[in-house]
Design a protein around this ligand. Sequence first.
Ligand SMILES: *Cc1c(COP(=O)(O)O)cnc(C)c1O
Length: 331
Amino acid sequence: MTGALLHERFPEVADALPFVRLGTAPTPVRRCDLGTTAELWCKDESGYGDGGWGGNKVRKLEWLLPEARRRGARTILTVGGTGTNWGLATALYGRAHGIETALALVDQPVDDHVRAQLRRLENSGATLYFTHSKLRTILAAPWLYLRRISAGKRPYLLPAGGSSPVGALGYVEAACELATQVAAGELPEPRHIVTAVGSGGTAAGLALGLRLAGLRTRVVGVVVNDALPLDAQHIVRLAGRTERLLRARGARFAPTGLRPEDVTMTTDWLGPGYGHTTPAAREAEQRAAQAGLHLETVYTAKALAALLSLDQAGVFGAGPVLFLNTYGPRP
Ligand SMILES: *Cc1c(COP(=O)(O)O)cnc(C)c1O
C-alpha cells in the first residue's frame, strides 16, 4: 500500500494534506498469547518505517514532513527527552527528505537504553541543544527559533512527540488501516485498544480515526508522561483539533461528537514519572519477551502492564482487546 487510506476516504484533502509513505502497510495484526482472560490481539507497529528507526513516530512524520515542505520550511525544531524516539525518527526521516532537524533535549532518567539512543541522536545529523529542563526549554525556544532563522532556514516548530493535529493524522490513518483489517476478517472488531500515551497524538488520532472508520473500539490510553496534561479532556481536545484540521483542509463529514467520556486515560501505571521504570513494567516486559514481543519500559511495557492488570480485574471481559505495539527499534 503506497497511498493513504485517508485520501481514499476523503479524496478532497489529497492536495491540501499531502502524505509520504515511509513504511510498509498494513502493519501485521496477530493473536497474542499472554495468558489473558480476554482474547488478546496485537497490532505490531514495530516493523513500520524503512529508514533506521521505526514505530509510531514514523506514522506522524508521513504527514508532518510533507506539511513542512508545504510551509516552505527546511528545518524542524522540536523537543524531546534525551532518549527521544520522536527526535531520532524526525532526524533520520527528515534528512532523507531534505529537512534538517534541531532538537531541544530535556533530561530523563539515564539507563543503557537512553545512552544508546543519545549516541544514535548524535550520529543522526540533528543539531542538539541540551536545555535540560522543561522551563529552560520554554525560555530557550525563542532564541533557538531565531537562531534557525538567522541560519537562513524558517523552522517548522513541532511539539513533543510530534503530537500536533497534523501529526495525529498518522493514527487516524492507522485506525482506517485497522478498520480495513477488521472488514477483511483478519481480526474481530476489538472492544478496546490499549496504547501507551506519551504526548497524546497516537491516542487522539486513534480515537478520531476509529470513529471516522465506523469502529466502536474504545481507546484505553496508559499515560507514561507526567510532564504534559494527558487526561481524557486533553486527548479529545487534540482529536477535535485534528477533526477541524481535516475539515479546514476540505474534508466533508458529519461531526463525530467525540466526548471525553468516549476514551479512557489512566495514570495508574506511570510510577514515579516519565522514564522511571516500575516493577510492573519490568514484569510485563519479561512476560512479553517470552511471547516473542520486544518491549521497553518507558512506554510499551507500562501499557502492557496496565492491560494485564485491567484484564485481571475483568475490565475487558472476554475481549477482544488489541494491544498496539508502538516501539520500533532497529538493530
Ligand atoms: C512516543 C511513543 C509513544 C507514545 O505516543 P504519543 O503519540 O507520543 O502519545 C508510545 N510508544 C513509543 C515507543 C513511543 O516512542
